[in-house]
Design a protein around this ligand. Structure first.
Ligand code: ATP
Ligand code: MG
Length: 715
């Protein structure tokens, strides 16, 4: 028990000068204390801010929130408070620091963070018992506030007298310890790491690089000896301004012994792009090596004293900004004034809807929001600002413009960066891009970068999903590329990532599947057709193949609508006209087919390759079908629709009945023309298919190329 404690406890009840007294209304206690803060970091920040104002160099937070003897202790090595100051400053709600003491601390001339005289009430939102221990000018005092009793006194309309208690032995020669017990579990249930990060983020005056610890020294020891060395130097030579400036700037916060450092500014290391106001101030070591930095103007239009510093930046993926529950989302830009938060997130206030904001985090300092000579525009919890203050309006406009510009740059830069990553990590895509004509390579690269930069929700299928997107993107690109539509290619590659998702989503489900299947099927068919030819397979195999692939007859015939009932009717009717089914049932329809190709009625008659058909027999057959077909068309009011008869034969048709005056070939040709028909020979088809094959492959080197990359990307 210290002497001072004796002194305090010897203070007689009823001697108003000696007794601690706290006057507060219930509504103030509840609104500005108990209910103001829901997160522990904000409370801790109030105490850290008070320590800053008290010219502390070190704030030690001891967070022992678990177990029966849970407590939280925040000690600082600042100037401390005398008994009189405890009463007049600490215990007075609404103590108006800046009007009483001016704008700067008296030791280190730090601009005061405190202003309202209510910050200390924040502790009541996490603890029901609050002890304050403070030492100054040889005075050592301590008292305890019990919230329950405080409330009772308020209800009874009586002044509350915090109980004097023994001073904690840990209290230094000067400084303050706030000890909190009877903690409110729900509000203090926070992971230590999260707390560190949150506190780290809420100040930009913290010294985040601790001195190197000597052998056997803890980091906290190292910090302490750095401070005491400097203090000794100044004591020895009060004119040593280098030492005193260095000391004035030192402000360490430790949590359970470990100094908060740049490692707790995890978001910094994750930044891909960083925009800083005024100058590059973040040390390069605390950033990723390949972070891209841009400096933006610092001056807010409206007043020459309105200057901002600080930064905002983007991470590779939005989920990197969601750390853990308590640290909360970093997806915001915090506004600090005089080194402490004055607005938790200004992003929401900017009506900025671009995707960019999901990647953005930042910490902006705007000291002009809190000047001693102007109105206080922070709300009590310092989470928001008076929205209509001209300074706030100007800052918002300024930030909105800065973000717009940054977001344009980001949309341009990021796909390129991502493209580099894709090219480095994905060989098939790299090969695909290199296989494209020169003029297409740029947009293709950008498109791949855009896809790589899309954020796909983390899941076991994420990699697969992304491969799908690449496939769809490649197909979309090839489709347009085949038409050589550079304009549209460029559009595709500069699309905003959210638009491209929509485009690819539809492509993925529909077009890509169809197009890809078509490409693959054709390549395979032509290949097998070629093999068949090589093997001299002629008869039924080719017939079947032809029927299944009418596009071999005409490359444009790729969308055939099978109309089975029409087919039935044509052939039934033709039979009544005396047409013979040329083959028995077993071969039904194999050598005769009706189809509708691009709104054209086509009848295809296949002749056995070994048979030499007679042109008049063909003519009669053809005519019968045409009669049947035209009759049906007439009956259904479609007599104007075009039709055609095609014969596929093994040998050139003979012309037994050709008039002696005529060349048999000419006669055959005339007869076919009369029917509005065409005659193909298998050999000719094979030849054509071969030519087509190589032409197809040649013209669309694309397709094998595309097939390759798509295959490589499929699971
Ligand atoms: N750790 C401390 N060391 C020395 N003095 C302190 C400390 N904490 C509080 N005080 C004194 O108590 C006063 C009241 O603190 P409080 O946080 O309630 O208000 P404030 O800091 O003045 O303003 P604000 O409400 O804006 O924080 C301070 O102005 C300061 O004089
Ligand atoms: Mg304060």
């Amino acid at each position: 028990m210290s002497d001072n404690a004796v002194e305090v406890s010897s203070a007689e009840e009823g001697a108003p000068d000696e007794t601690y007294e706290m006057k507060i209304s219930m509504s103030v206690l509840e609104a500005l204390g108990i209910n103001l803060y829901s997160n522990a970091a904000a409370v801790v920040s109030e105490l850290v801010a008070n320590a800053w104002d008290a010219d502390a160099n070190l704030v030690e937070i001891n967070w022992n929130a678990g177990g029966d003897d849970a407590f939280v202790e925040i000690s600082d090595d600042g100037r401390g408070m005398t008994r009189e100051e405890l009463k007049r400053k600490f215990l007075t709600v609404g103590y108006s620091k800046r009007t009483t003491e001016g704008g700067l601390s008296d030791g280190y001339k730090r601009p005061f963070m405190g202003r309202k005289g209510i910050g200390k009430l924040s502790v009541f939102s996490i603890a029901d018992t609050v002890e304050v221990h403070s030492a100054r000018n040889g005075e050592r005092n301590a008292f305890r506030i019990e919230v329950d009793e405080l409330k009772k006194r308020i209800e009874d309309d009586k002044a509350y007298h915090p109980e004097p208690i023994d001073v904690l032995p840990a209290l230094g020669a000067h400084g303050t310890i706030i000890r909190l017990t009877n903690l409110r579990r729900r509000r203090i249930d926070v992971a230590l790491n999260a707390l560190r990060k949150r506190v780290a983020r809420r100040f930009d005056v913290l010294t985040l690089v601790a001195p190197k610890a000597a052998d056997g020294e803890t980091p906290l020891d190292a910090v302490k000896s750095q401070i005491s060395d400097l203090r000794r130097m100044i004591e020895a030579d009060p004119a040593d301004t280098t030492a005193s400036n260095a000391l004035a700037g030192l402000f360490y916060v430790t949590l359970n012994g470990a100094p908060i450092s740049f490692d707790d500014r995890i978001e910094l290391k994750k930044l891909e792009y960083l925009w800083e106001f005024g100058a590059e101030r973040i040390p390069a070591e605390s950033l990723a090596a390949d972070a891209v930095r841009t400096v933006l103007p610092a001056s807010v239009p409206g007043d020459s004293t309105w200057l901002v510093s600080g930064w905002f930046g983007t991470t590779a993926r939005p989920d990197q900004l969601v750390e853990d529950d308590e640290a909360g989302s970093l997806k915001n830009i915090m506004v600090l004034s005089r080194g402490r938060p004055i607005q938790e997130s200004i992003l929401e206030r900017l009506d900025f809807s671009r995707l960019f904001v999901s990647y953005t985090t930042g910490q902006i300092r705007a000291d002009f929001l809190d000047t001693d000579d102007q109105d206080d525009i922070a709300t009590s919890d310092r989470q928001r600002l008076m929205e209509d203050d001209p300074r706030v309006v100007a800052l918002r406009d300024f930030l909105r413009a800065a973000l717009l510009r940054a977001s344009d740059q980001w949309s341009e830069w990021r796909p390129k960066r991502k493209a580099k990553e894709v090219l480095a990590n994905n060989k098939p895509i790299k090969d695909w891009i290199e296989s494209l004509p020169k003029y297409q390579q740029d947009p293709a690269t950008k498109l791949m970068g855009t896809i790589e930069s899309l954020s796909i929700p983390e899941s076991t299928d994420a990699a697969k999903d992304r491969r799908r997107l690449f496939q769809s993107g490649i197909i979309a690109f090839e489709r347009i590329g085949l038409r050589e539509d550079v304009e549209r290619l460029n559009q595709l590659s500069t699309m905003q990532t959210d638009d491209i998702l929509t485009v690819l989503a539809t492509l993925d489900s529909y077009e890509s599947a169809m197009y890809l299947d078509l490409i693959r099927a054709r390549i395979e068919t032509i290949q097998s057709f070629k093999d068949d030819v090589a093997e001299n397979v002629l008869e039924k195999v080719l017939q079947e193949k032809l029927h299944a692939n009418l596009w071999l007859l005409d490359p444009a015939w790729d969308r055939i609508s099978q109309d089975v009932s029409m087919e039935e009717r044509v052939f039934e009717l033709a039979e009544t006209f005396g047409a013979e089914r040329p083959e028995e049932d077993a071969l039904k329809r194999i050598d005769l087919r009706y189809c509708n190709v691009q709104n054209r009625h086509v009848i295809i008659e296949l002749k056995r390759p070994g048979v030499k058909p007679d042109i008049d027999v063909l003519y009669d057959q053809g005519l019968t079908y045409i009669r049947a077909l035209t009759q049906i068309l007439e009956e259904t009011g479609r007599s104007d629709e075009p039709y055609e008869v095609i014969f596929v034969v093994g040998q050139k048709p003979g012309a037994k009945k050709s008039p002696p005056s005529k060349n048999p070939d000419d006669y055959s040709r005339e007869r076919v023309a009369e029917l509005n028909g065409r005659v193909f020979r298998y050999q000719e088809l094979i030849h054509k298919a071969r030519a087509q094959y190589s032409e197809y492959i040649e013209k669309n080197k694309n397709l094998t190329r595309v097939a390759e990359v798509l295959d490589a990307l499929s699971d």
